[in-house]
Design a protein around this ligand. Structure first.
Ligand SMILES: [Zn+2]
Ligand SMILES: [Zn+2]
Length: 429
């Protein structure tokens, strides 16, 4: 039991501490042992180490550690990318020699494909330009999306790049440039996830999710077959498939675990990789599900945080919207694109006011009619959600023309593109 118990304990321990480190701050876990552990790891432990270091080296050590941590978090470098690459490669190196002889030719073929695709999509995610905004690409990036007058208002300039910020773009402080339809900066690919590489990122998540699940299940089957070859009454779910042995007492929990570890130990390397694959599978599928959910909602990680901020503002009161008829609105062509490839334009203006009263300076804000107080996200429209299919088209074909171009410079005639396609569906989250 020894080796396996240690490996399992280490893997479980690391998973638990990762969970504490990332989620210990959640309000739902306040006043629980998890939030206490989180404070211990992030506040009390570093503080006591800094105090100790102050006595021992006059603070020199903690200075360099702080600099290193800052470098790891805030600079662009491939450390985590290399770690991810090694995790894949070393895992496969440990797993394959043991598993290969047990695999049918179908599983051998599928296995090779399952191993190949994560590498391909890792390469494409990491080395495809995510949609850098510079003087050469600015016109193209401005024509990607119209401003929605809610999350993105025309006329703001990036203080670092000195260019007008296109709708849905964001300046990445790690890559030190503005990125079109910025989702987030991902340290695993050492690159931003933006308009031009989001498709590769989603395929990387999908192929990795399939690889861990497939490898985990195959490994489990190999181990099971091995145990059953010697102990035919053993099964993975004894109360279900070995009911007789389980009820007669021939197989109890202790014996079941002992035979399990016997099976794992007959190939420790493959057994550990199988365990690791099974433990990481829910995490990878969860990340994939989250990113597909964002696509379904027609939003990005960056925008979903902005929407959450808006919800907080709405809770306090002081958020107002009013209608805007894009056919009558004259564009300010100094700050707005004359033309975009997007099928819909903003029909609402959303603003917040400090005093909680409706905005007074109506001449500066476009739109018509009375300002209406907004209390819930589902009462505002997400311009960038045009239905699941078209959202997917937008992600997988970043320059897809959603409407026939009338030539640059001509204003969009929205009547042609179907009002019924709508402002995107209303946000429900
Ligand atoms: Zn910038
Ligand atoms: Zn970045």
């Amino acid at each position: 039991m020894g080796t396996i118990a240690i490996i399992a304990a280490v893997i479980l321990g690391i998973s638990f501490m990762t969970f504490v480190a990332f989620f210990g701050r959640l309000p739902a876990l306040r006043n629980t042992p998890i939030s206490f552990l989180h404070r211990l790891i992030w506040i009390h432990l570093p503080n006591s180490l800094i105090t100790l270091d102050g006595f021992l080296t006059g603070g020199r050590l903690s200075n360099s550690v702080t600099r290193l941590a800052h470098y790891l978090w805030y600079d662009q470098h491939p450390t985590i990318l290399i770690f991810f690459f090694l995790l894949l490669s070393v895992g496969e190196y440990l797993y394959l020699p043991h598993a290969w002889p047990y695999l049918s030719s179908t599983h051998k073929t599928l296995g090779v494909l399952a191993i190949f695709f994560p590498y391909l999509f890792l390469y494409l995610s990491a080395f495809t330009d995510p949609g850098t905004i510079n003087p050469q690409t600015h016109v193209r990036e401005m024509a990607r999306y119209p401003y929605d007058f809610s999350l993105f208002h025309p006329g703001t300039t990036c203080e670092t790049c000195h260019l007008l910020k296109p709708a849905r773009s964001k300046h990445c402080s790690i890559c030190k440039k503005c990125i079109g339809r910025m989702d987030h900066h991902c340290i695993f690919i050492n690159n931003c996830v933006g308009a031009n590489n989001q498709r590769w990122f989603i395929l990387l998540l999908l192929s990795t999710a399939i690889l861990t699940l497939y490898g985990g299940v195959l490994g489990l089957q190999i181990i099971r077959a091995k145990i059953q070859a010697r102990f035919p009454y053993w099964s993975l779910m004894p109360w279900w498939t070995s009911r007789q042995a389980w009820e007669s007492g021939e197989l109890d929990l202790h014996r079941w675990l002992v035979l399990w570890s016997w099976g794992l130990q007959s190939g420790v390397a493959m057994g550990s990789v199988t365990l690791l694959a099974l433990l990481t599978t829910p995490l990878v599928w969860g990340l994939l599900g989250y990113h597909l959910w964002l696509v379904y909602c027609g939003t990005t990680t960056n925008e979903s945080m902005k929407w959450q901020d808006w919800q907080a503002e709405m809770d306090e009161g002081g958020v107002y919207k009013r209608r805007m008829d894009s056919r009558q609105r004259e564009k300010d062509l100094k700050v707005e694109p004359a033309w975009t490839r997007w099928p819909v334009e903003a029909e609402q203006v959303m603003v917040r006011t400090d005093d909680g009263k409706p905005p007074r300076s109506s001449h500066r804000l476009p739109g018509e009619g009375e300002w209406e107080a907004v209390w819930r996200l589902k009462d505002v429209e997400n311009l960038y959600d045009i239905g699941l299919w078209d959202n997917l088209v937008d992600v997988f074909s970043p320059y897809f023309m959603f409407k026939e171009a009338k030539g640059r410079g001509s204003p969009v005639d929205e009547r042609e593109f179907g009002r019924e396609r709508g402002r995107g569906r209303r946000r429900s989250s």
